[in-house]
Design a protein. Structure first.
Length: 186
């Protein structure tokens, strides 16, 4: 696969590791380092950037179908396994292991949203507490937003709250066996 590409149009990207949004102009030369979870980590002459999967066409890739093929449970509750599957599609752009296998997701729960009035529609909210490998990681908000957007694709989910926490501090012992194998730690 040719990893070097030329942007066919201007796109908004996320700078790694600061998390700042920038525009890369059409005609920019990029080198694809990583393609995971529907996004692309690319290098330019100005550093590393994350390109959202919705802009895949700008680098000559096909935009992936984001529809989640899952059903709600018999009581209408979103399927927790579908939520976990979506979280496994979220990656730190510098690490080729998803946030679940990295041990970054501390908890996930699903709660019924009580309708605030007769006009409002109920539904379910997914609450996630997660951390990062380092407190100073500027990509934290971008990773949390990526998790939220993927969770919102699950049938029955009306809202998602992804909260970053630093307690307990993350350490390598939290990485799953699968994650450790991908990273060459075992």
């Amino acid at each position: 696969m040719n990893r070097e590409r030329i942007l066919s149009r201007e796109i908004t990207v996320t700078q790694i590791p600061s998390g700042d949004k920038q525009k890369l102009p059409a005609g920019s030369r990029v080198f694809i380092h990583q393609t995971l979870g529907g996004s692309y980590t690319v290098q330019t002459d100005f550093g590393l950037f994350r390109i959202d999967g919705a802009d895949a066409d700008a680098i000559g890739e096909q935009v992936k179908d984001t529809e989640v093929r899952a059903n709600t449970l018999s009581d209408g509750t979103p399927d927790p396994e579908a939520v976990w599957a979506q979280l496994r599609q979220v990656f730190d752009p510098e690490i080729p292991v998803n946030i679940v296998d990295l041990g970054l997701v501390y908890s996930m729960d699903i709660e019924k949203i009580e309708s605030p009035g007769p006009e409002a529609e109920g539904g379910y909210r997914v609450n996630v507490a997660m951390t990062l490998t380092a407190p100073g990681c500027g990509m934290g908000p971008a990773i949390a937003e990526d998790a939220k957007s993927k969770i919102l694709l699950v049938p029955g989910v009306a809202d998602a709250d992804v909260r970053l926490t630093w307690d307990p501090p993350w350490n390598q012992q939290m990485i799953s066996e699968e994650g450790k194998m991908k990273l060459g730690l075992i």
